[in-house]
Design a protein around this ligand. Structure first.
Ligand SMILES: Nc1ncnc2c1ncn2[C@@H]1O[C@H](COP(=O)(O)OP(=O)(O)OP(=O)(O)O)[C@@H](O)[C@H]1O
Ligand SMILES: [Mg+2]
Length: 281
């Protein structure tokens, strides 16, 4: 089976603070898995551990059966290109002093170094909805939304097996969020890649993810096929998340952290046998 990523019992700690408390997940090729949950629940820490930017305190992160090497961002760009990251802030993915065409060409070279064909930089710009002749421009000559499209083009040009996207659309203006998300899904699946997609925009998650995992205070409290989690949320926190969506189209924001006593209360309400995976703390 074409399992790309397997995370088992991952624990991430910062000093004495446990940010990720034993989470497990797997992603197959051609699948978009969304990670949702309130601010501070450990989504970015999980993402960083997946790409090797954070060393797990416990547990394993296997990519195609091999442990992901801990590497800095720069070395990762050239030495471990099968996983590509897209960050919330495109400025952290792009070099301000380099023409965007050259930056996308870096991605193309990363693909070629792994024996893969990639399109020309101008075609990649077109693929993300920009003009092909913009390759000679610098990042500051684009809007924030356009810069994020370029960062996505750069990541895709490397022909990754897995894309880890941490809030990739949060910094975009509202009008382009859904279209950029849809574009990411389409290009990712066309390339046969898998994607870990982190977002607090549940309406976008609903549209773009095959499966969703709900994190709460470092643990996964619910996971399943997206339509099923939406129609029959099992965990009270998931219900609270979905219930907080103010509009029928699902657009909304996550609620603030519930009271401290909530987790135990919720854990005790978990049903014993479920038709899909539900993990307790
Ligand atoms: N480098 C760090 N050093 C110390 N603590 C950290 C560090 N990064 C994250 N944390 C803490 O770990 C916890 C989880 O943070 P993380 O960034 O993973 O959450 P998140 O789910 O991505 O939140 P958000 O939705 O706000 O991005 C938080 O309490 C955060 O303050
Ligand atoms: Mg985060």
């Amino acid at each position: 089976m074409n399992e790309l990523l397997k995370v088992e019992d991952l624990v991430v700690r910062y000093g004495g603070m446990t940010a990720v408390d034993g989470m497990s997940m797997s992603i197959r090729a051609g699948e978009v898995l969304a990670l949702v949950g309130e601010s501070g629940c450990g989504k970015s820490s999980t993402a960083r551990a997946v790409v090797g930017m954070e060393r797990p305190a416990e547990g394993t992160v296997l990519f195609r059966g091999t442990a992901v090497p801990p590497l800095g961002l720069r070395r990762r760009r050239t030495e471990f290109t099968a996983i590509q990251m897209v960050f919330q802030d495109p400025n952290s993915s792009l070099n301000p002093r380099k023409r965007v065409g050259e930056q996308i060409a870096d991605g193309v070279r990363a693909a070629q170094a792994r024996g893969l064909n990639s399109a020309r930089p101008d075609s990649w710009l077109e693929a993300v909805g920009l003009q092909p002749e913009m390759t000679t421009r610098y990042p500051h000559q684009f809007s924030g939304g356009q810069r994020q499209r370029i960062a996505i083009a750069r990541a895709l040009a490397a022909k990754p097996d897995l894309i880890v996207a941490d809030e990739p659309i949060s910094a975009l203006d509202a009008s382009s969020q859904a279209s950029v998300a849809a574009m990411m899904r389409r290009l990712c699946l066309e390339a046969g890649a898998g994607m870990l997609f982190i977002s607090h925009d549940l309406s976008v998650v609903r549209l773009m993810a095959d499966r969703v995992m709900v994190m709460y205070r470092g643990s996964v409290v619910e996971s399943g096929p997206t339509p099923l989690v939406w129609s029959e949320p099992v965990h009270p926190y998931t219900e609270a998340l979905l219930g907080a969506i103010p509009h029928p189209d699902g657009r909304g924001v996550l609620p603030a952290a519930p009271a401290a006593e909530a987790p135990e209360e919720w854990a005790s309400t978990l049903p014993e046998a479920l038709s899909r995976q539900v993990e307790t703390r």
